[in-house]
Design a protein around this ligand. Structure first.
Ligand SMILES: [Zn+2]
Ligand SMILES: [Zn+2]
Length: 338
């Protein structure tokens, strides 16, 4: 099994199934407007930018321990880092993933815009690009055509080692990109989403600089600004990135599989808190449109909790909460779920 150089046509059976699950029809192939910052090919300059955004935060993590040892981490930096982490990661999980990719609920326009902006602060690419890649992942999960399967190089130890790197980070450098027109035509028709996708470089700048600005103002010092940039920008971005990528790598190799999925997705408990509930990935592949991923007893899912608050406040509706009979039908052992 290898990753094809060009995008093959979807398997018609899977296409129908995926369309039925997500409510999105993939439509015909076509050229995506450059305005959304993502054509079907990635240029050398794009790949250089991706490399910079992968490497620099990671280097920051490597020096985080000596920095913490020397200067320490103050309450200001810690609070800013946690706040920016929570906003950006839930922007990805609730916005990019459960709302825009899978249509797990409907949201008021201002909430939709807020979630698209919050997710952009995670610096994982513009919303339309993220959604297209993720829909393609579901369409082909762990099969030829999946943009980031750890099994792309086979089942051998060396193949899996290569595959884990590919699924975690390597796939970001693929020249061939998921065609937006085919996988996210609904988002390309949404003027708000196109505008936010276009504003991605500006939102990256905000995500990089706002923690430093706030840290500097709160402590009224250059040192406060610098330390906030280190912890609440660099270390926070690295953590958000690697937790998101772990869903693609770790959660497609390890974990429990209580639900029937057509791929190797697993439920990984130790990632649940940091991933805001996304590491219950076996259930997610078994029932992609479900708004709650941690459906079993005691499974932490902060994203589902926040969606339930949005629903209570009247900001979200038509939420696809898990239904006992639907879950039972997807259980490997056929047992009703708690
Ligand atoms: Zn997956
Ligand atoms: Zn998904």
């Amino acid at each position: 099994m290898s990753v094809p150089a060009s995008t093959p046509l979807l398997d018609p059976v899977r296409e129908a199934e995926e369309a039925a699950l997500t409510g999105h029809s993939y439509g015909a192939r076509g050229t995506a407007p450059a305005a959304t910052h993502g054509s079907d090919h990635q240029s050398r300059a794009d790949r250089f930018m991706v490399g910079t955004f992968v490497a620099v935060p990671l280097i920051a993590v490597a020096v985080a321990v000596p920095v913490a040892w020397g200067w320490g981490i103050g309450w200001t930096e810690l609070a800013l880092a946690v706040a920016f982490y929570v906003v950006a990661s839930h922007g990805i999980t609730i916005g990019f993933h459960r709302l825009f990719t899978h249509g797990s609920f409907k949201a008021k326009r201002w909430l939709k815009i807020t979630l698209a902006i919050a997710g952009s602060l995670a610096i994982e690419g513009p919303v339309a690009r993220w959604v297209a890649d993720h829909r393609k992942h579901h369409a082909y999960s762990d099969d030829e055509g999946d943009p980031h399967s750890p099994w792309a190089f086979g089942d051998s130890a060396w193949g899996l080692t290569k595959g884990l790197w590919h699924a975690h980070t390597g796939w970001l450098f693929d020249v061939e990109q998921t065609p937006l027109q085919r996988y996210a035509p609904d988002l390309l028709k949404d003027k708000d989403i196109v505008r936010i996708s276009r504003a991605f470089p500006l939102l990256v700048a905000v995500s990089l600089l706002l923690p430093a600005l706030l840290g500097g103002l709160i402590t009224w010092s250059w040192q406060g600004a610098l330390l906030s940039f280190f912890w609440a920008t660099l270390v926070r971005v690295a953590l958000v990135h690697h937790v998101t990528w772990s869903i693609n790598s770790v959660c497609h190799v390890w974990g429990k599989r209580p639900f029937k999925a057509r791929d190797r997705s697993g439920n990984v408990a130790w990632l649940a808190l940091l991933s805001a509930g996304e590491s219950w990935h076996n259930l997610h592949h078994a029932d992609p449109t479900c708004a709650r991923h941690g459906v079993l007893k005691g499974q932490l899912d902060s994203s589902a909790r926040v969606i339930s608050w949005f629903e209570k406040l009247g900001w979200a509706w038509d939420v696809r909460w898990p239904k006992p009979e639907r879950l039972a039908a997807r259980r490997v052992d056929g047992q009703p779920s708690a």
